[in-house]
Ligand binder design. Structure first.
Ligand code: 13P
Length: 246
């Protein structure tokens, strides 16, 4: 396994009181794997003051650095607030806000310009999986969402099957292995082996303490992007521990 990353996406959950969870995560965060929490934007600046060994990230950014975009937040602003990562192309944003791959590529580029590492999310719907299109969908998303100057330092890829997010349904380890091997091969094809092998590949979708160890044993899985089970340190710390032990 390469540089390991356990990332928590709090989504639209958490007020100031939730930052106490960061204190309870500190022990797990010093075990080798990098630990990242992406809280709501309102909590980023406060989170960085308590983060200790934990990195802090945003959940989305606008492709422009500033301008007349009411309600949006730029990568520059996230960086200024203390973030070092930003998630782009999460399926909830692709679905809720109709975000196409071209916009996700622009957001990824904006993240890099601001000095943030982009976590680019890809994943198929259940309908796409059932019709045998999973690898086509992932290949298209990867090719279209990643600018050419991708590196292992500026980008992480998260494979999140839409049907596994928040549902308790998890792909088999063979299914995860197939997609992760395909993603690695696709990255090698587009960007060469050195770059491709340096890019961390996360799995996301109903990761829990009870399934983390078997997921982290899958080839080409460098960590996880965790939603619901990242909200409480008592749930997330065992996942981080499993990654540290993998
Ligand atoms: P769950 O872990 O709640 O399924 O969410 C996964 C996810 O969407 C992380 O970005």
């Amino acid at each position: 396994m390469r540089r390991k990353l356990a990332a928590g996406n709090w989504k639209m959950n958490g007020t100031t009181a939730a930052l106490a969870e960061l204190d309870a995560l500190q022990g797990a965060a010093t075990g080798g794997a990098e630990v990242l929490i992406c809280p709501p934007a309102t909590l980023i600046a406060a989170a960085t003051t308590k983060a200790g060994a934990i990195a802090v990230g945003g959940q989305d950014c606008h492709p422009d650095a500033s301008g007349a975009h009411t309600g949006d937040i730029s990568a520059t602003m996230l960086k200024d607030a203390g973030a070092t990562y930003v998630i782009v192309g999460h399926s909830e944003r692709r679905a809720d806000h109709g975000e196409p791959d071209t916009l996700i590529a622009a957001k990824t580029h904006a993240a890099w310009q601001a000095g943030l590492t982009a976590i680019v999310c890809v994943g198929e719907t259940l309908e796409q999986r059932d019709s045998g299109k999973t690898l086509d969908v992932i290949g298209t998303q990867l090719a279209a969402s990643l600018p050419d100057t991708v590196t292992g330092a500026n980008t992480v890829i998260a494979y999140e099957p839409v049907w596994a997010i928040g549902t308790g349904k998890v792909p088999t380890t063979d299914q995860i292995a197939d997609v992760h091997a395909f993603m690695r091969a696709t990255l090698v094809h587009h960007f060469g082996a050195d770059t491709a092998n340096a890019i961390r590949l996360l799995y996301g979708g109903s990761v829990k303490a009870s399934n983390a160890t078997e997921i982290f044993a899958v080839g080409d899985v460098d960590g996880a992007l965790v939603g619901g089970a990242s909200l409480k340190a008592t749930d997330f710390a065992p996942i981080v521990d499993a990654l540290n032990a993998s």
